[in-house]
Write a protein that binds this ligand. Structure first.
Ligand SMILES: [Ca+2]
Length: 266
C-alpha cells in the first residue's frame, strides 16, 4: 500500500513537473519568437529607411550638407545652413589669407555661399581659401636653412616612432633593420596620405592632414612639403616622397596594398 502511494505521488509529481517544463518551454519560445521578430522587424525597417533615404549615398563636399528636395524627393548638396556656435579656440582655423574662422565649418560654409552667389560679403580670396592650420592665426616662426636641412631626419624619426607603435614588432636593434624600419615608415606614411583617390599620388589636398596640424609648431613643414614636389604639378609620387626624405630610389617600393590590408585586418 505504501509502495502504491509512493508511486502515485511520484506520478503526480512528474505530471506537474512535465506541465511546468512545457509551460516554461512555451514561455521561452514565446519570448524568443517575439524578440527575434522585433529585432528582425527593426533591422528590416532600418534597411528600408536607409535605402529610401536619398541622402544615404550622397557625398557632399566641405561646407555642404545633404538636403532632400521636397518637390523632387532627390538629394541635393546645399551650403550648410548653420554651423552652430563654437567657443573652443582649438576648433578655430586660420586660412591661407591669414584670417581666423570660428571653425572649419564656418570657413567652408562661407566659401560655399560665395560660390553659390548666396552672399554679398565675398571676395576672390573667399573662393580660393583653404585651411592653413588649426587655431587662431598667429605670427609663425620663420623657417631657417639649418632647420629645413634637418627636417627630413626629424620627420623620419617621427614617422618611425609612430609606425613602431602602430605595427609593433619584436625589438631588433641591428642597424640594418633600423634602416629598413624607417624606410617602411616613410612608405607607410605615403600610403596613409594617399586616400582619395587611391592613385599612388598624394595631392596638396591629401597632404593637408599632415601639414595643417603641424604648421603652427613646425614652420618648415610647408617648405619641406614643397620640396617633395620638385616638378610643381601639385602631386607627390612615392619616388618624390622617398627622395625628399633621403631614401635612395632603389630602396623604395610600393607596399600600399600590404599596409592597407593590414589596416583592414585590425
Ligand atoms: Ca591620391
Amino acid at each position: 500500500m505504501v509502495l502504491v502511494k509512493l508511486c502515485l505521488f511520484i506520478t503526480i509529481l512528474l505530471f506537474f513537473s512535465g506541465l511546468l517544463t512545457v509551460n516554461c518551454e512555451k514561455k521561452v519560445t514565446k519570448v524568443d519568437k517575439t524578440s527575434t521578430n522585433s529585432v528582425v522587424g527593426k533591422s528590416i525597417t532600418n534597411k528600408t529607411s536607409i535605402s529610401k533615404d536619398p541622402c544615404s549615398k550622397a557625398r557632399c563636399g566641405p561646407g555642404r550638407e545633404c538636403v532632400i528636395d521636397p518637390a523632387t524627393a532627390e538629394a541635393k548638396c546645399l551650403c550648410i545652413r548653420e554651423c552652430g556656435p563654437n567657443k573652443d579656440p582649438r576648433r578655430q582655423v586660420c586660412d591661407n589669407y591669414n584670417n581666423t574662422w570660428n571653425s572649419d565649418c564656418h570657413l567652408f560654409r562661407h566659401q560655399c555661399v560665395c560660390k553659390e552667389g548666396e552672399s554679398k560679403d565675398c571676395t576672390d580670396n573667399h573662393l580660393h581659401m583653404h585651411i592653413d592650420y588649426y587655431g587662431e592665426c598667429k605670427e609663425l616662426g620663420s623657417c631657417d636653412q639649418g632647420t629645413l636641412a634637418d627636417f627630413p631626419r626629424r620627420m623620419k624619426e617621427w614617422l618611425y616612432t609612430i609606425m613602431s607603435k602602430k605595427y609593433p614588432k619584436p625589438a631588433d636593434h641591428e642597424k640594418d633593420n633600423y634602416h629598413h624600419g624607417w624606410i617602411n615608415a616613410i612608405i607607410w606614411k605615403f600610403c596613409d596620405l594617399d586616400t582619395e583617390p587611391h592613385d599612388r599620388k598624394v595631392s596638396r589636398h591629401e597632404l593637408f592632414p599632415l601639414r595643417a596640424p603641424l604648421l603652427s609648431m613646425e614652420p618648415c613643414i610647408g617648405r619641406f612639403l614643397d620640396s617633395c614636389d620638385p616638378n610643381d604639378d601639385h602631386l607627390v609620387t612615392l619616388a618624390e616622397w622617398g627622395n625628399c626624405l633621403g631614401v635612395e630610389k632603389g630602396e623604395i617600393e610600393d607596399k600600399c596594398n600590404e599596409f592597407n590590408s593590414s589596416n583592414e585586418d585590425k
